[in-house]
Write a protein that binds this ligand. Structure first.
Ligand SMILES: Cc1cc2nc3c(=O)[nH]c(=O)nc-3n(C[C@H](O)[C@H](O)[C@H](O)COP(=O)(O)OP(=O)(O)OC[C@H]3O[C@@H](n4cnc5c(N)ncnc54)[C@H](O)[C@@H]3O)c2cc1C
Length: 364
């Protein structure tokens, strides 16, 4: 599947650019003075404001959450994330080339895993030579003395949620560099070459409710999900499912459902039995002559009687191979084909794996 990565700075720049500057008040800390059935009174610096509704997106240590849902469960998950961002121009070309155009994972001897991908520059540029490498390494750290010591910053201050870039204590940093020997060599080089790694401790936070009259919690203030790959994508997919409409028992319908299930696409299967249902659900006044199945995408576009390759093309999965020649090509993306591809790539072979309607380049 084509991959697209972005960064917080790039998202912030585009969203804040679309929001009127005169309504964006930086440097203001809000405090709820009163919340009634009709609205909310807020204090911000020395001003008092009233609002019909308040959306509290004040992060995982939300004071709004503490006030309205004091019984919220907040628990250290048992591990921290070491993180780092390095400008590609500060790294050797071969190291950048290894990570370029790939979402790289590294299973770490002794537990945990690391991942790395390229993100845009601070200004949002994705041009080669301006990008940054972003890595995360999840490391188990027992609660108590070990956690306290890694979360104590260079000035001796005990931190809880994070130790920002430039503030990690020297012992923790040396330990990180020493333990990098357990990583795949490119990952190890990247970790050691990153100027100012930082730390985030991982918490699970689950309040019993998100809405309290005119006040609503949003984002991490409402719920913290563990930050693992595809968590957000899965939530987004759940919120925007595809629909497949078809006749009961039809082979074409079953082929499409089988294809979507194998490619881990969430969808609703809707069985149509008569013209009334077609009218109500699809706004189409026929049943006997209707070309089925119909696949409806989250944006409302429909394709009639598609083949799996039509769906793959619509989802942007059909991409040109990166190289003209490969050392090894594998046909079939079941467990055998996939394992063979991963082992071959880990031995340094340029490997391509194809299965119906999808081509995967494999990088160890
Ligand atoms: C290791 C790790 C990796 C992650 N990787 C990803 C990833 O790859 N992709 C992804 O989508 N997510 C990722 N996340 C999750 C993501 O960072 C959070 O879900 C996201 O930052 C939550 O956004 P938020 O706006 O809810 O809260 P926050 O980002 O915490 O923002 C809260 C804001 O509210 C402000 N604030 C607090 N109190 C007040 C107040 N009283 N008045 C005014 N302002 C206030 C704070 O200053 C802050 O600006 C990751 C998280 C971790 C820990």
């Amino acid at each position: 599947m084509p991959e697209q990565f972005t960064s917080w700075e790039a998202i912030f720049a585009s969203l804040s650019g679309a929001f009127p500057a005169e309504r964006y008040h930086a440097g203001m800390e809000l405090e709820i003075a009163e919340a009634t059935a009709n609205g909310v009174t807020l204090r911000a610096n020395r001003e008092t404001l009233t609002a019909d509704l308040l959306i509290a997106a004040d992060g995982f240590r939300s004071e709004t959450q503490a006030r309205f849902a004091p019984e919220t469960i907040s628990r250290y998950a048992g591990y921290i994330a070491w993180r780092g961002v390095a400008d590609e121009t500060d790294l050797p070309d071969a190291l950048v080339a290894f990570f370029d155009d790939n979402f790289c994972f590294c299973d770490v001897g002794g537990g945990g895993h690391a991942l790395c991908y390229l993100i845009p520059s601070e200004g949002g540029s994705t041009a080669k030579g301006t990008r940054r490498l972003n890595w995360v390494w999840y490391v188990t750290v027992p609660e108590g003395e070990s956690l306290n010591s890694v979360m104590t910053d260079g000035a001796g201050r005990q931190r809880h949620a994070s130790v920002p870039a430039g503030h990690v204590n020297a012992t923790a940093l040396n330990d990180l560099h020493r333990r990098a020997e357990n990583l795949e060599p490119h990952f190890a080089d990247l970790v050691r070459a990153t100027p100012e790694p930082f730390i985030q401790s991982i918490f699970d936070v689950a309040p019993p409710e998100m809405v309290f009259g005119r006040v609503c919690l949003l984002g991490d203030a409402a719920f913290v999900v563990r930050p693992h790959t595809a968590a957000t994508a899965k939530a987004a997919a759940d919120a925007s499912e595809m629909k497949v409409f078809g006749r009961a028992g039809s082979t074409a319908g079953s082929d499409i459902r089988d294809y979507l299930s194998r490619t881990v696409i969430a969808f609703d299967w809707v069985e149509l039995e008569n013209a009334g249902q077609c009218r109500d659900m699809l706004g189409i006044d026929s049943f006997e002559t209707l070309e089925l199945p119909i696949v409806e995408f989250p944006d409302g576009e429909r394709i009639f009687a598609p083949k799996p390759q039509d769906i793959a093309a619509r989802l942007g999965w059909v991409t040109a191979p990166k190289h003209e020649e490969y050392d090894l090509s594998i046909y079939g993306g079941g467990p055998s084909g996939l394992s063979a591809a991963v082992y071959a790539a880990s031995e340094g072979l340029r490997t391509i794996l194809t299965f119906p309607n999808r081509v995967v380049r494999v990088q160890s």
